[in-house]
Every structure is written in C-alpha cells, then in structure tokens.
Design a protein around this ligand. Structure first.
Ligand SMILES: [Zn+2]
Ligand SMILES: [Zn+2]
Length: 74
C-alpha cells in the first residue's frame, strides 16, 4: 500500500487547520500543528473532508496514535 495523498486531502487539512486557528485541539499549543483524521482511510471518500480532520500538535498527535489521548469528544 502506498501512502498516496490526493490533493483534495491536502486542501481539507488546510481548511481544517484554518478553522481550528492552527491550534492543537487538545492542549492549545500552536507548535508543529498537524491534521489528524478522526476516521482513517477505512473508506474511500470519507477521509478527505475537513469535518473529519482536527488540528493537533505533534505531541498530542503521537499520543492519539498511541491510544493515550481521548478525542472522542470531537
Ligand atoms: Zn497538543
Ligand atoms: Zn493522525
């Protein structure tokens, strides 16, 4: 499996970050913010939607992926 990222997804991440003010939605940091998909690419078109992406800093993003942060409130 390649890690292909369609242009639509890049745009969706940008929209999501602007919506969140480039601020981590867990800790409020503005350092090294990244887009996280609430639902990963389990289905074809659902992931590339700003509603499916939240802005997280690098640290919180790692915690989410390691199962140490609860983002179900989003
Ligand atoms: Zn954070
Ligand atoms: Zn992620």
């Amino acid at each position: 499996m390649s890690q292909h990222r369609p242009a639509k997804d890049v745009t969706a991440r940008k929209i999501a970050k602007e919506r969140d003010g480039y601020t981590c939605q867990i800790c409020g940091s503005t350092e090294r913010v990244e887009g996280h998909h609430l639902f990963e690419y389990s289905y074809e078109n659902g992931a590339s939607d700003p509603d499916n992406i939240i802005t997280l800093c690098h640290e919180c993003h790692l915690m989410v992926h390691h199962g140490n942060a609860d983002i179900t409130m989003f």
